[in-house]
Design a binder for this molecule. Structure first.
Ligand code: ADP
Length: 393
């Protein structure tokens, strides 16, 4: 009973095909350049890897290419007949106030996701294009939408409301929604198993190109660093994270067009803005090690912002059972973990430097640490596949 997971981003389609259970990954891949820039299809089935240059002008063509690859690439191909796929789980970025859990996709779900497009103009339209393409190309499969915002439906009003005129909230939906919820939920569920506590108190840190912190009490999200959009909070690859909103008026009054301010905060800020050279953490860290002052500042600011949220969230989840690092940076950079956790012994966080330099899923805190610190590689696709299998059954 294969289940396909699809994540349509603003310029790529990532996918994974599972057989019986999430331990049984049959194939996966990525189609890059759906926006027309250097289209490329990478596919892996079993231990075979494939790469092809393809023609993709839109998501429909991309989905058609991945269905064909699943049916034909590899020996034996991961699935001979695409009609065997019984469920397709879609990552949907914004579920607004409406979706607090995963749902089977029908026409009304599509309409509601469409109406939320104004809140996530870069993401929801791409997610919807993928949903529509799959409904057309795999008509026998049930679709399931798994929302990046849903995990935050448990935030109390004092955590999700901004202190702004009430009308902004009522009429324009101005509130905190939170993002990366699929990853934070995966980390919370995995940590519950590892800590052998069904409902732990946690601070989870998803540090990738996008980055966010989440406070989890009794297994439920109670706060997030992300806001009405994924721009708020931590320093990210190209996103500024927190700034004083008055910076925006100041720049408008100084004559900068709104489009330029938006670009500065979303695409030219973050590690890229501070380092002046790259949004990629590895490159920034490499330049910092080579003596580049701007890169060193970018790194220090990145870690400082995480510490700000870590401190704030430790208060909210006290007594904290675990701090979890994940995402491309959180999983791989012992340097960032050391910077974030240095000097926190008085708060009960003691890192073991050898465990910190290890690899894979592991506890990195010392045996004397009263709070566990873990590195947990995130696996959003397996969570989407599990929700999909559960709902279609
Ligand atoms: P996305 O949010 O797009 O899924 P990832 O979670 O893959 O992104 O994270 C991408 C970031 O992780 C990049 O900044 C990259 O430099 C960083 N990264 C990846 N591998 C390593 C590594 N081995 N050491 C440090 N940083 C890494």
């Amino acid at each position: 009973m294969p289940v396909l997971v699809i994540n349509c981003g603003s310029s790529s389609i990532k996918y994974k095909l599972y057989g019986r259970g999430v331990a049984n990954l049959l194939a996966g891949g990525i189609i890059e350049g759906v926006d027309g820039e250097r289209p490329r299809h990478l596919h892996a089935a079993g231990d075979q890897d494939f790469e092809a240059e393809i023609e993709v002008g839109d998501y429909r063509q991309g989905v058609a290419a991945l269905v064909k690859a699943l049916a034909e690439w590899g020996s034996p191909p991961p699935i001979g007949d695409p009609a065997e796929i019984i469920g397709v789980g879609h990552r949907v970025v914004h579920g607004g106030d409406r979706f607090s859990e995963s749902v089977v996709i029908d026409r009304s779900v599509i309409e509601e996701v469409e109406s939320l497009g104004a809140l996530a103009p870069l993401h929801n339209p791409a997610n919807l294009a993928g949903i529509r393409a799959v409904r057309e190309l795999l008509p026998g499969a049930l679709g399931v939408a798994v929302f990046d915002t849903a995990f935050f439906s448990t935030l109390p009003p004092h955590a999700y409301r901004y202190a702004v005129p009430e009308r902004w909230w009522r009429d324009f939906g101005v509130r905190r929604y939170g993002f990366h919820g699929i990853s934070h939920r995966y980390l919370a569920e995995r940590a519950a198993r590892l800590l052998e506590q069904p409902r732990p108190n946690l601070v989870t840190l998803h540090l990738g190109a996008g980055a966010s912190a989440c406070a989890i009490r009794d297994g439920k999200a109670v706060d997030t660093s992300m806001g009405m959009t994924p721009l708020e909070g931590l320093v990210m690859g190209t996103r500024s994270g927190d700034i004083d909103p008055a910076v925006v008026f100041h720049l408008i009054e100084a004559g900068l067009p709104v489009s330029e301010i938006r670009r500065g905060l979303q695409r030219e800020g973050g590690l890229l803005g501070l380092s002046g050279t790259s949004s990629d953490f590895r490159r920034v860290a490499g330049s910092a090690r080579a003596g580049d002052q701007a890169a060193a500042l970018a790194l220090a600011t990145f870690a400082h912002r995480i510490r700000r949220y870590l401190g704030a969230f430790l208060v909210q989840v006290a007594p904290c059972d675990g701090v979890v690092f994940s995402g491309g940076i959180g999983e791989n950079s012992h340097e960032v973990r050391s910077l974030v956790l240095s000097g926190l012994e008085p708060l009960g966080l003691v890192v073991d430097p050898i465990r910190n330099r290890g690899e894979g899923e592991r506890r990195i805190s010392a045996d004397t640490s009263s709070v566990d610190v873990w590195v947990i590689p995130t696996d959003e696709e397996s969570l989407i596949a599990r929700d999909t299998a559960r709902l279609i059954n």
